[in-house]
Design a protein. Structure first.
Length: 578
């Protein structure tokens, strides 16, 4: 017999129901918009947080999807209201949307808190929008679910699959050495991104939406549906229907979300061969939920689960292929031994029931454990390194790197920032060999500011012409999840706050040992002490705007890069009735 739970009091009716002058004004102004009293009195009010923007091709269709969600909310007996929020769409935003992730999280939380909202549907998908929306929703702790924007359709150029980001980098290097023409380069602009939606590789966007699904924040199968597919519209309607039921069940995150759910998300992350950026976002999301999570927790999972999803940049397929292969339920069925199958998310259904009927339709795209894309002895999704160059950690996606470089010692070539690098990287007189370790600093959370995606340093042109395709690169910045190569990222503490990376000099020997999890500079401690005493920050300090607040309060990469005053999971008191 199904347990009957009484419908909880609706938060929104504190605004609408009392016989007070303030409630009179709330009812009056709502009717001013053409609604009848019966449209909102006594009904769950559903906030649709929409990151639609004409500056984000990833989210351009979310205005239409919001209308679909609204129709379903009305049909389910709710009252939908759309609340626009910062888009944080990649590519157009400079220096990086990471500078604004916490801003969107704050906006989401405050929009939900300050308005008469009982439940929320969060519309997003491009890189930072997913963790930002979830961080804000977790801090608010009302019934909420995430509706992924969906990946773009497969791209193709001259008979070859082309994925957003991954192939841009590949073809740019080919253009630099004359392997393709300028005409080819222009032609590629219109061929690679051929529909609405997020990047179709296993970049940060798909990594985070699939992790969100694995944790339980989305409807089953939602994250891989292509944005242009009619199934995406039907999924949006299902979200509107489900959120009304969640409000009636009072299914707030604090009532269902546990560390076990995050472990499912981490296990999925590793099997996907996902973006290194997820390591930062997962820590930030977990802390908003009052759950302890560290880089070491993720590294331990990475050592157990090989890459099983054959997508760029670790493989050779794209998100549409993953969707047709069966999506996340099919992957979960193949890795069930690494998952807690009793976990139930916003759908209210245990994972074991979700995967019971799941089938894989392409065993090359979604591999099994006996045939991984990258065996564990060849590389993992997330390798965590420590040493005197990164005492608080650094990360590397060794599954997308040349395995010959897993153990390497070479001289450092240090760039102070992207301008310095751009000015010198293709200089024919640059003293660099394939053994050189390229280093970019002042790209961290404070120094960037915002930790831009500068970490996939370009290979110097003189080496490209010699056939060099990979080399060791180190940075306190991040790297696009669509990129690849032997890039060591998120070095913490960063150079701008006096981390050891600030002490490294061109010519110093750097030793990398991925199997042992070590990254060290071979410089005597007494010399490092002298350099430390003489250290003077070279990054720019801001005195106004969001950037100033960011530089004062952002935490380091291994702590999630959230603001220190937002990581406390203690609820903020509800607004007063006046």
């Amino acid at each position: 017999m199904t347990e009957h739970r009484p419908t909880p009091p609706l938060r929104s009716q504190r605004w609408y129901e009392p016989d007070t002058i303030r409630a009179f004004a709330h009812r009056q102004r709502t009717q001013q918009m053409g609604l009848r009293r019966e449209d909102f009195l006594g009904k769950p009010v559903i906030g649709i947080i929409n990151t639609w923007s004409e500056m984000s091709a990833c989210h351009i269709h979310l205005r239409d999807r919001a209308e679909t969600v609204k129709r379903a909310v009305w049909a389910a007996g709710g009252y939908p209201v759309e609340l626009p929020a910062l888009s944080v769409g990649e590519v157009m935003v400079k220096p990086t949307t990471m500078l604004y992730r916490n801003f969107l999280a704050m906006e989401t939380e405050e929009l939900l808190r300050s308005h008469p909202i009982d439940g929320a549907v969060l519309l997003g998908g491009c890189d930072k929008s997913t963790p930002a929306l979830l961080m804000g929703g977790l801090s608010m702790d009302i019934p909420m679910l995430f509706m992924p924007a969906g990946p773009m359709s497969n791209g193709q150029w001259r008979g070859q699959k082309s994925g957003a980001g991954t192939h841009t980098k590949k073809y740019w290097d080919q253009l630099r050495v004359g392997a393709i023409t300028r005409h080819d380069w222009v032609e590629l602009e219109g061929a690679m991104t051929r529909s609405i939606g997020t990047c179709n590789t296993m970049g940060t966007a798909s990594t985070m939406t699939l992790i969100a699904e694995a944790i339980g924040f989305t409807l089953p199968g939602a994250a891989s549906i292509p944005a242009a597919d009619s199934g995406h519209v039907r999924m949006a309607a299902a979200c509107g229907d489900r959120i009304v039921a969640m409000v009636r069940e009072d299914l707030r995150p604090s009532r269902w979300l546990t560390r076990r759910h995050f472990d499912n998300g981490i296990a999925t992350y590793m099997a996907l061969g996902g973006s290194t950026n997820a390591a930062i976002h997962l820590i930030a999301m977990a802390r908003r939920a009052g759950i302890s999570l560290t880089l070491d927790d993720m590294a331990a999972m990475a050592r157990r689960i090989p890459v099983l999803v054959n997508l760029f940049p670790s493989g050779n397929a794209l998100m549409e292929d993953f969707f047709f292969a069966g999506g996340l339920p099919a992957l979960h069925a193949k890795m069930r031994d690494f998952l807690d199958l009793d976990c139930a998310g916003i759908a209210g259904v245990p994972l074991r029931e979700i995967i019971a009927e799941a089938a894989c339709h392409d065993d090359d795209v979604i591999r099994n454990l006996a045939n991984p894309v990258t065996p564990l002895d060849r590389g993992v999704t997330l390798a965590v390194l420590r040493g005197n160059l990164c005492p608080d950690g650094a990360v590397m996606k060794s599954s997308a790197a040349d395995p010959r470089l897993a153990r390497h010692v070479g001289p450092a070539l240090v760039f102070e920032g992207p301008e310095d690098m751009a000015a010198r990287i293709d200089d024919p007189a640059l003293e660099v060999t394939a053994d050189t370790v390229l280093v970019l600093r002042n790209g961290g959370p404070v120094g960037g500011p915002g930790m831009p995606e500068w970490g996939n340093l370009p290979i110097p042109k003189k080496l490209l012409t010699q056939g060099v395709k990979d080399m060791i690169r180190i940075s306190d910045a991040r790297m696009s999840g669509t990129h690849y190569g032997s890039c060591i990222l998120h070095v913490a503490p960063e150079a701008a706050v006096g981390g050891p990376l600030a002490l490294l000099r061109t010519g110093d020997r750097v030793a990398l040992d991925v199997p042992e999890g070590r990254l060290d500079m071979q410089v005597p401690e007494d010399e490092l002490a002298r350099r430390r005493a003489a250290f003077v920050p070279t990054h720019r300090n801001y005195t106004r705007s969001l950037v100033a607040l960011h530089q004062r309060h952002v935490t380091q990469a291994h702590e999630g890069c959230d603001y220190d005053f937002l990581q406390d999971a203690t609820p903020v008191p509800e607004p007063g009735i006046f």
